[in-house]
Design a protein around this ligand. Structure first.
Ligand SMILES: C[S@@+](CC[C@H](N)C(=O)[O-])C[C@H]1O[C@@H](n2cnc3c(N)ncnc32)[C@H](O)[C@@H]1O
Length: 280
């Protein structure tokens, strides 16, 4: 069952957090003159028109990227991400929002490899058309976890794996944990960035506790809550679990998260979390 289409959500506050973290990790990997791989297990379509019938339906970007893309004096740590958005929208009107594959492509040179899996036939076709002619990029219409399992460990022995499932089904939380444990056995030094929504606080804490008790070392949790926890009102927050975070990431997010709370909050309960779930 594949009913989820990311175009309904492109540029929302969850994308802002996810793509900011993704940018900071890729920039950290670029600090060493050695090649690395970027693996996107749930890649989406790669690029979104914010004026399409999907994006404009709920216009989620209006509570996300639209509120910050032209902000004066954003934290230094957000400048690279915001520049990607500005470069895609040079006439000053927000029309295009990049998906995670395009964010990665904008930051990486052709010497670094991108592996993109997307199951949805329509989004896979768009992704393939955008990227498959580039030799450094491989687009597949396969289950992201199976493909990940097949290509780990990467020959470069360095890389970022972004895991961004839709969580339409309850089992997806357990699937993430199960597949991360498998992948980590094959490639223990990789950087893993796992996105999660905060819909039910109880489920979110259970998910984070599963990482805490996973036996995997060096896990950072980052969370942006734009309104009070509620089991009834959809997504109130968004988070990222990072395994093997670059050493500066927690410090960088300490600048980014309070700023995002201030800019994107929808009530006075908005807050952020920055927590080491397991130590090195
Ligand atoms: C949240 S969206 C991805 C957004 C994208 N990572 C971004 O940040 O722009 C999740 C995507 O995963 C796809 N998907 C769902 N299950 C999948 C699976 N098992 N393997 C690969 N793709 C899957 C969906 O079709 C959807 O496009």
């Amino acid at each position: 069952m594949l009913s989820y289409r990311h175009s309904f959500h492109a540029g929302n506050f969850a994308d802002v957090l996810k793509h900011t973290v993704q940018t900071l990790i890729i920039e950290a990997l670029k600090q060493k003159p050695k090649s690395f791989v970027y693996i996107d297990t749930h890649a989406g379509a790669g690029k979104y028109s914010l004026f399409s019938k999907y994006s404009s339906k709920n216009a989620e970007y209006k509570d996300g990227i639209e509120k910050i893309w032209q902000a004066q004096n954003p934290p230094q740590e957000m400048v690279t991400y915001l520049k990607i958005i500005k470069d895609l929208n040079p006439d000053g009107q927000l029309k295009i929002y990049p998906g995670s594959p395009l964010v990665a492509h904008k930051l990486m040179s052709k010497h670094n490899r991108l592996e993109l899996s997307e199951l949805h036939p329509t989004d896979h076709a768009i992704l393939e058309q955008e990227f498959n002619h580039l030799r450094s990029i491989n687009v597949v219409q396969k289950d992201g976890y199976k493909h990940l399992n097949a290509i780990l460990p990467p020959i470069q022995r360095r890389g970022l794996i972004l895991i961004d499932p839709p969580y339409e089904l309850k089992e997806e939380y357990n699937d993430v944990i199960k597949n991360i444990k498998k992948a980590h056995k094959l490639f223990a030094t990789g950087i893993y960035a796992i996105w999660y929504p905060v819909v039910s606080r109880h489920n979110t804490e259970r998910f984070c506790n599963q990482f805490k008790n996973s036996g995997i070392k060096n896990i950072l949790r980052l969370e942006l809550n734009i309104k009070e926890d509620s089991d009834e009102h959809g997504m109130t927050g968004t988070g990222m679990i990072i395994i093997n975070p670059p050493w500066k990431l927690a410090q960088q997010m300490q600048q980014v998260l309070p700023w995002l709370v201030e800019k994107l909050k929808q009530d006075n309960y908005a807050n952020y979390k920055l927590e080491l779930l397991t130590k090195e």
